[in-house]
Design a binder for this molecule. Sequence first.
Ligand SMILES: [Zn+2]
Length: 332
Amino acid sequence: MEISGSVISNVTLHNQDYIDMLELAVGDRVAVSKRGDVIPAVERVLEKNESGNTTWRMPGYCPSCNRILIKTGAHHFCINNDCPAQIRGRLKYFVARGQMDIESLGPETLDVLIEKGWVSDVADLYTFNPEALIELPGFGDKKVKLIKDGLKKSKNKPFAAVLKSLGIPEMGPKVIELLIEAGYRDIDSMFKLADTDDTESLLSIHGIGEKTALMIIEELKRPQVRKRIENLKKEGLKFAGETGEEEDTDILPDIFKGQTWCVTGSFEHFKPRELAMEEVKKRGGRVTSNVTSKTTHLLAGQGAGNKLDRAAALNVKIVKRSEEHTSELQSH
Ligand SMILES: [Zn+2]
C-alpha cells in the first residue's frame, strides 16, 4: 500500500480504546491516512468483514507469562517482574547501542544465557561465567573474549548512561540530564529523594512535571530496582559522576556541597544568570529555579523581585552580590 509517496506496511492502532472506538474487527476493510503526513493511522472502517468477526479484543493475559494484564490509562501492562518477555526486554535494552554498548551480547546470546538460567537480571551479566559458553555450539574462544571485553568496557560507562540503560519509566536521557544538572550527581542523592517522598525538589527542576516526579519516586522506591542497582554497584558500574563520557577535568572544591541555591535578578558578571548557576554546580551545589523549603541560599542580583520576600519568609540565606566584588562566588 502506498500513501503520499511512501510504502505502508504497518499502521498504528494505539490501544484497546482506539480499537473500540473504531469497532474494528479482523478482516475489516479500513481507511488509512498519514497523520501530519508522517504517522500512518487507521481512520475508520469502510466495510465490515463477512466472517462474522467481532471487535478485536486484546488478550487479558500476558502472552509470555500468562499472568493477568493490568490496565493503566489506555495501556495494558504485565506487572510480573519475573516475566520472561520482560527479563529479555530489560537485558536487550541494557546492552543496546547508546546505552551500555555491549555489542558482543546480541539477542541470540542473551537468549542462550536466559535459557541456561545463568542470567535473569542485568546484574547477572557481570557474575555469570562466560567461559562456560565455550562448551556450547556457536561459541568459540574469540567470541567469549569479545563478551568478556564488552562487559569489562561497560564498567567505564558514565553514570548517566548506566542510569539510562536501566530503562526506569520516565527516566529517559532528558530527565537524567536535568537531574544531574540540578546537582543530583549520584544514585544515593536520588534514593534520598525517593525515601523522603521529596516531590517538591523534583518539581523545582525546570522541565520535570508532576507525573514524572511521582513516577521517579515510585520507581526508585521499588525493592527490585534498588536490588538491581545495588548489585550493579557491587560489580563496579558507575553510579556517580558527570553526564559526559569523559571525566570532568576541572573539578573544583565542593564548597557548596549540601547547599541548594536559587539565583534571581541580573548580574554584571554572570550574563545570563545561568552562568552563576553553573558556578554553583561546579562546586558541588544544587540549583533550583524556585525558592522552596529545600533552598538554602538565594543569590540576588539587581532587580531581584518577589523571590527575595519568599526567601526571607523561608529563612533562606540571602547572598547579595555587589557589583564591585568580582572575585569568585563565596559560600556564606
Ligand atoms: Zn508477562
